[in-house]
Design a binder for this molecule. Structure first.
Ligand code: EPZ
Length: 420
């Protein structure tokens, strides 16, 4: 079992280049089954989640070439000929469920296992299946799998009870080949939704309103291949911003889109972090002012992202004063508090709220366990400032979502090693 060994490090300094967004790459790869053309996708991050999605594309017959040196994945959809997505692949990765909508639209039917829940919550897919049913599909959910079929999907008005990212993406992809107009109301507004819509439009889809709570899709008969580059990863950006603040460092973050991390910028400035937009990227300095407490409430975009909640909890254990963190997206996404408490953080969790007392003393190195990829990143950041040595196990979680994480941190002066 691999793990990271982290020693108390100097404040992070230097430059880091952000990779392509995992949560844009995954739905964009799923969307390639909508065409019998060839899609060339650039700036894709080399992550195990991306490799699994490529396996799923091959499992339904697509011809996939992965070139991680050049960060290009090429998918030839002309050979797609299966509508069954193997359970052993779906259970590896929830995001594989994003192929349900596009595969149904392409093949007229789909059989896919229900993605299990995970550590952070039950994570139902009722909004995904509701949307597909509203587009005219016959959908049967039984024995842990979804069977859907429709000779031709028909445009409809789909209201999402919750602005689910995955449901918005699944329905939007299916609607591109439906007959007539589809409107998704109370849609998710994340930048990854906009990136997926731009990708689909580059294939000949007609989508308007992505990035707002109302998305309109006019169905077309066919989509063609395309070349496309995915956006930089805003959660990786947030993670390095928070690492710089926590270590009281001074780093330049290149290849990021500041507009996608506005909530992080706002909250870090509230804590006293100095952030400036330089020509080469975002300069983040935790060394200029004395850092103090703030309160966090996670919300759908453009609110504070749940995926940055664990990392910022680590920062808030080191600042002056008490902070309150309220996790509203997932029912069980505060488990990293227990691990931080093993390092002396004294965090109190009550339901979906964590009270972080702030810096009574520096954290102490310990052996801790990653419970999801963002919790893992939070524990790595904690290890950088804790006295002594910190061991982080279950690092497969981290390597699902952060490309070259150890190399990037070492280049910034972190004392971190991966051992098998
Ligand atoms: C996406 O997951 C991201 N994953 C998650 O990132 C992210 O945390 C999440 O959006 C929220 O921003 C990918 O994009 C691959 P949701 P998704 O559907 O689509 C409820 C990471 O760290 N819900 O927006 O699964 C659900 O229970 C990962 O990279 C329903 O009730 O999230 C949850 O409470 C972790 N019914 C809330 O919506 C449904 O049918 C948000 O889920 C679907 C969702």
């Amino acid at each position: 079992m691999s793990k990271y060994i982290i020693k108390q490090s100097a404040p992070l300094h230097g430059e880091v280049e952000i990779s392509g967004a995992k949560n844009a790459t995954l739905p964009i790869l799923a969307a390639t089954v909508l065409t019998d053309g060839v899609c060339e996708i650039h700036d894709t991050p080399h992550l195990s989640d991306v490799e699994v999605m490529c396996e799923i594309l091959r499992a339904v017959g697509a011809t996939v070439t992965e070139d991680y040196e050049r960060h290009v994945i090429t998918v030839d959809g002309s050979t797609v000929d299966k509508s069954v997505v193997p359970y052993d692949l779906v259970k590896k990765e929830r995001a594989s469920f994003f192929i349900m909508g596009p595969l149904l639209a392409r093949m007229g039917k789909v059989n896919i296992a229900l993605p299990g829940g995970c550590a952070i919550g039950e994570r139902p897919v009722d909004l995904h299946t509701k949307g597909i049913r509203m587009l005219g599909a016959r959908v049967v959910t039984s024995d842990g799998e979804v069977n859907a079929n429709a000779d031709k999907l028909k445009g409809a008005l789909v209201y999402l009870d919750f602005p689910s990212v995955g449901a918005t993406e699944n329905i939007m992809m299916a609607a591109t080949l439906a007959e007539g107009e589809t409107t998704i109301e109370n849609a998710a507004e994340e930048p990854e939704i906009v990136d997926l819509a731009n990708f689909l439009n580059s294939m000949g889809a007609q989508i308007k309103g992505a990035g707002t709570d109302t998305i309109r899709i006019t169905g077309v008969d066919k989509l063609h291949g395309t070349r496309y580059a995915v956006i930089p990863d805003r959660i990786e950006t947030a993670t390095f911003m928070i690492a710089a603040a926590t270590t009281r460092g001074n780093i330049l973050i290149k290849n990021c889109i500041p507009d996608h991390v506005r909530p992080i910028i706002a909250k870090l400035i509230e804590c006293g972090v100095d952030i400036s937009d330089e020509p080469e990227g975002l300069r983040v300095r935790g060394d200029k002012n004395h850092l103090k407490a703030t309160n966090i409430k996670t919300l759908p975009y453009p609110g504070f992202p749940t995926d940055a909640q664990a990392p910022i909890m680590t920062l808030l254990t080191t600042v002056d004063g008490q902070s309150r963190i309220n996790e509203t997206l997932f029912e069980n996404r505060l488990m990293h508090a227990n691990e931080l408490n093993r390092m002396g953080a004294n965090i109190r969790v009550d339901g979906r709220t964590a009270i972080v007392p702030g810096n009574q003393r520096p954290l102490e190195g310990a052996s801790v366990m990653a419970t999801d990829l963002r919790a893992g990143a939070a524990l790595v950041i904690a290890g950088l400032v804790a006295t002594g040595t910190t061991e982080v196990t279950n690092i497969y979680h981290i390597e699902r979502g952060y490309e070259d994480f150890v190399r990037k941190l070492k280049n910034l002066g972190a004392d971190i090693e991966k051992v098998d």
